[in-house]
Design a protein around this ligand. Structure first.
Ligand code: AMP
Length: 476
């Protein structure tokens, strides 16, 4: 796989088995997972006879109106919310994907990124398969449809053994729900239960990327889907199958740093606990004399609480976030400097004026946001701005489902910490160490982590980390 083939899908998935309003629970679950992707969303439901789908661009609450949900009425449902970079942001690539084959109607929603999708796709296309999307996920659907295995569960297991990379999947037929994770356990997937209501025969079984989705729908967290596991939920009950042996665990540490919500349990661990620990560790590793600790909301808030507690420097919300910013906004003709960031964040002058500020954020990717925020804090009268980042420098792109840009756009891949400090205009800059990050996230306790974005060491083969430039073909 080449970097240029990479899909930057960040997603949330949810599945509901056996509930009289499965479509509504899927909708609420997706709403709780909206932070994992704001570009498109979809739900496929089953009324026991057929699958019904609705997919659209936009936010969950805007897409799923009463009328749309009425058409999706069913007892089983899966859902997906997605963010991807501009190039492939089409409705065509929205999920869940549906297919009709000799194994019956099947729908699938995927969080993660396959690293051998292009290779498999090329092979299938040469054999005559016609792909409808340019998403890596469609490969799994084709492999299921083409599998020589007779039953759907066997065909799913067969397909999953052929793909490589990161996948947390929920699938459904008209009468069953399936959930699976790749053998390395890159992305999270949790299983929960809602006890049967009086008069109902069965408990409702649910799956979601993060447990915060369970809280909204009244489900209790039961366990994570295990790496290499395929869970099947049907009229016969819940059964667990291992389609592949678990490999060395490579759970995405960035879920704990930034991506997941602090109110979720992810990889068996409270995100809140990790994130506060990151801040505490950062204070131990990179202390500085200052008057206030200020988080960049929302991404730096929990780490800032930890930093303030450990350092004894008071926490102040010196930046206020406007939560109602959509994707695009009309800018006045006379352009405002740092317009995009100003729409979202505004400094509190009375808290910052004359102060030495420790500014806490989760990560620096391109560096452009941090540069604007530092400028903003200074313009509100801060005397000093000390930037502290609750993870190590991001030096390598992610091939497993987090949207990091290519190496040439990653500031830490190309500049030293001192050069980055100079670029963002801070008085000092410090990142958390890799060991500090691992410790704070409990590495080796419930799981071991993938830290490839900080080290460049990828846990799978297939990843060609060199940026391959298109080669001009000269005709002779
Ligand atoms: P920048 O350095 O300007 O590229 O912006 C970095 C900020 O974007 C960080 O402080 C994060 O809060 C946020 N961020 C980091 N990684 C991601 C990601 N994969 N998707 C969306 N936002 C991100």
């Amino acid at each position: 796989m080449r970097t240029s083939d990479k899909f930057h899908d960040e997603c949330g998935v949810v599945a509901i088995y056996a509930h009289p309003e499965a479509e509504k629970l899927a909708y609420l679950g997706l709403h709780a997972l909206q932070h994992r992707g704001q570009e498109s969303a979809g739900i496929v439901s089953s009324n026991g006879m057929a699958l019904n789908a609705h997919r659209a661009m936009g936010l969950v609450a805007d897409i799923f109106t009463e009328e749309v949900l009425a058409k999706l009425h069913g007892t089983l449902a899966i859902g997906h919310t997605r963010y991807s970079t501009a190039g492939d942001s089409t409705l065509l690539n929205a999920q869940p994907i549906m297919v009709q084959s000799n194994k019956g109607a099947t729908a699938l929603a995927h969080n993660g990124n396959l690293v051998n999708a292009q290779e498999i796709r090329g092979r299938l296309e040469r054999q005559g398969s016609i792909f409808q999307t340019n998403s890596d996920t469609e490969v799994i659907v084709h492999l299921i449809a083409l599998s020589r295995e007779q039953t759907l569960p066997e065909a799913i297991a067969d397909a999953l053994r052929r793909v490589e990379g990161a996948f947390s999947l929920v699938l459904m037929s008209t009468d069953r729900v399936f959930a699976a994770r790749d053998p390395r356990g890159f992305r999270p997937l949790a299983m929960g239960r809602i006890p049967a209501a009086p008069g109902e025969k069965r408990d409702t079984i649910v799956f979601a990327s993060e447990t915060c989705a369970f809280d909204l729908i009244g489900a209790s967290f039961e366990r994570d889907v295990k790496p290499g596991e395929l869970v099947i939920v049907g009229p016969e009950g819940v059964s667990s199958h291992f389609y592949a042996p678990a490999a060395e665990q490579s759970s995405c540490i960035f879920e704990h740093v930034y991506f997941s919500r602090p109110d979720s349990m992810v990889f068996g661990r409270a995100v809140q606990e990790s994130r506060e620990g990151l801040g505490r560790q950062l204070a131990r590793e990179a202390s500085i004399d200052a008057d206030v600790v200020v988080p960049v909301p929302d991404s730096g808030v929990t780490a800032a609480i930890g930093y303030a507690a450990e350092s004894g420097i008071p926490l102040r919300f010196g930046l206020i976030r406007n939560h109602y910013v959509g994707r695009t906004f009309i800018e006045p003709r006379q352009t405002v400097r740092d317009f995009g960031v100003k729409l979202k964040l505004n400094p509190v002058r009375s808290l910052l004026e004359g102060k030495r500020v420790v500014l806490i954020d989760d990560s620096i990717v391109r560096g452009t946001t941090s540069r604007k925020i530092v400028r903003m804090i200074r313009s509100a009268g801060a005397k000093e701005v000390h930037m502290r980042i609750s993870c190590p420098p991001t030096i390598s792109p992610c091939f497993y489902g987090v949207d990091t840009p290519s190496k040439k756009e990653l500031i830490a891949a190309n500049r030293s910490v001192e050069e980055i400090r100079d670029f963002i205009g801070a008085d000092s800059l410090a990142y958390l160490s890799l060991d500090g990050l691992r410790d704070a996230c409990g590495d080796g306790e419930k799981t071991t982590y993938c830290t490839a974005c900080y080290t460049g060491h990828y846990p799978t083969s297939w990843v060609d980390v060199e940026e391959i430039q298109p080669v001009a073909v000269v005709k002779r």
